[in-house]
Design a binder for this molecule. Structure first.
Ligand code: EPZ
Length: 422
């Protein structure tokens, strides 16, 4: 296992290229199962979750070739429709093969993903959506066994709660269903929008993309041809690096970003005292003389993203005054609090609200990563801390951040990846 060793205190300045969005790439990789032709995908981030999903597609019988950074996925030879426990347990986004496999092949078995550090993470809404389209769902020895031997039929699917991957599964299944589907209370994240646009570009009629309710005219089982795609920029990676500059009193230009996807985050950083310069695909954050405290409530897009909650908490430790962050999407997404406290942060928890006292001096220490975004918050705190911090179990970080230590070193951070002393 690796750890990251960080000596804090340097301010981060310069330019940084943002990678493709992991959470856009995963549903697009799943959607290749629907496609008659091989699908060319550009800007896939080189992160563990993407490598795992490619391995899952191969285990199902699919394949891919990589040429000049373009991955061409051929899922047309899928012969197995079982997503096995040992791969699903390493990446819960494997649930995204449920809709496409069921729609394309009429049957599949997908291991229940189980919970994770940030919450129980049920998939009941995914299953209800499939049943509404006529699937027969049973749970057998920890596997979802889904059957629709006569194909799926269009239906009105109302999500009781907004679910990103639930919406994505429903969209992919409805694309091949017979007749029209309406998906109500559909997630509006940019990653969901890119999936819908990708399926629409394959010839499937979709109306209302990006809205609360979308309508899909399914092909009745006919596999569409998905054209080449370029994965959108990762708005969460981008937000994380804006926080890295902010917490180290640096000035940083992000390149290959989509500013429109980051309004909730840049607005909150502006409230904290930071100013920005926006280009078509760039964002520059300017130093701030003082960091003001902030109040954040996480919400579905276009609200403040839960995936940026931990990072903003680390930054809030450097604000002059008390900040409050309420986590409304997941029941246990404060695992970073205890670790930030080990570096001197003063954070009080009451239910799903954290109160962060600022400004607190952070001191480097040994800390443990617990989940993807919590680990990035520990990196941010370590960059601002005095002395040396060591962040353990950074396989969590590697799931969603491409070459983080290289990107941070290139803008002035003192950071090394080391082997854990065994
Ligand atoms: C997606 O997870 C993202 N993952 C998560 O990013 C992100 O935190 C989350 O959306 C919220 O934005 C991917 O896109 C691969 P949800 P997802 O279904 O789809 C409840 C990261 O850091 N729910 O939108 O699993 C659920 O418990 C990851 O990159 C049900 O009750 O999240 C949660 O409270 C972490 N039943 C809420 O809905 C269901 O069937 C939102 O979850 C499904 C969800």
């Amino acid at each position: 296992m690796d750890c990251l060793e960080i000596t804090g205190g340097a301010s981060l300045n310069g330019k940084l290229i943002v990678s493709g969005a992991k959470n856009a790439a995963l549903p697009i990789l799943a959607a290749t199962i629907l496609s008659k032709n091989p699908v060319a995908i550009a800007n896939l981030p080189n992160v563990a979750d993407i490598r795992t999903f490619l391995k899952l597609l191969e285990l199902l019988g699919g394949g891919y070739v990589k040429e000049n950074e373009i991955f061409t996925i051929d899922a047309s030879k899928i012969a197995c429709v079982v997503a096995a426990y040992d791969i699903v347990k390493t990446m819960r986004a494997s649930i995204l093969v449920l809709g496409p496999l069921l729609a394309r092949y009429g049957e599949c078995r997908v291991s229940l993903p189980g919970g994770c550090a940030i919450g129980q993470r049920p998939v009941d809404l995914h299953l209800k959506a499939m049943e509404k389209m006529g699937a027969n769902i049973s749970i057998e020895e920890g596997y979802i066994h889904a059957k629709a031997p006569r194909g799926l039929k269009g239906a009105t699917i109302v999500f009781d709660k907004i679910s990103v991957t639930g919406s994505e599964n429903a969209v992919m299944a409805a694309a091949l269903a017979k007749g029209k589907s309406e998906i109500v209370n559909c997630a509006k994240e940019p990653e969901v929008v890119q999936l819908c646009e990708t399926i629409a570009k394959s010839g499937v009629k979709i109306d209302g993309i990006g809205g609360d309710a979308i309508e899909i005219e399914g092909t009745g089982g006919e596999a569409p041809n998905i054209p080449p795609i370029r994965v959108i920029p990762d708005r969460i990676e981008a937000g994380t690096y804006l926080c890295a500059a902010a917490i180290t009193n640096g000035s940083l230009t992000l390149e290959r970003v989509e500013p429109r996807h980051m309004t909730a985050v840049t607005d909150k950083l502006r409230q904290m005292g930071f100013a920005f310069e926006f280009g078509a695909d760039t964002i520059r954050i300017l130093k701030s003389a003082q960091i003001r405290p902030v109040e954040i409530v996480t919400a579905e897009y276009p609200g403040f993203p839960t995936d940026m909650q931990a990072q903003m908490m680390a930054l809030a430790t450097q604000a002059e005054g008390n900040s409050a962050i309420e986590e409304r999407l997941f029941e246990n997404r404060f695992m970073h609090v205890g670790e930030l406290a080990r570096m001197g942060a003063k954070i009080a928890l009451r239910g799903n609200t954290a109160t962060i006292s600022g400004k607190t001096k952070l001191i480097g220490a040994d800390v443990m990563a617990t989940d993807l975004r919590a680990s990035s918050a520990l990196v941010l705190a370590a960059l601002a801390a005095s002395g040396k911090a060591r962040i353990h179990r950074i396989y969590h970080l590697d799931r969603g951040y491409e070459r983080m230590e290289e990107k941070l070193r290139a803008i002035g951070a003192q950071i090394e990846r080391k082997k854990e002393p065994n």
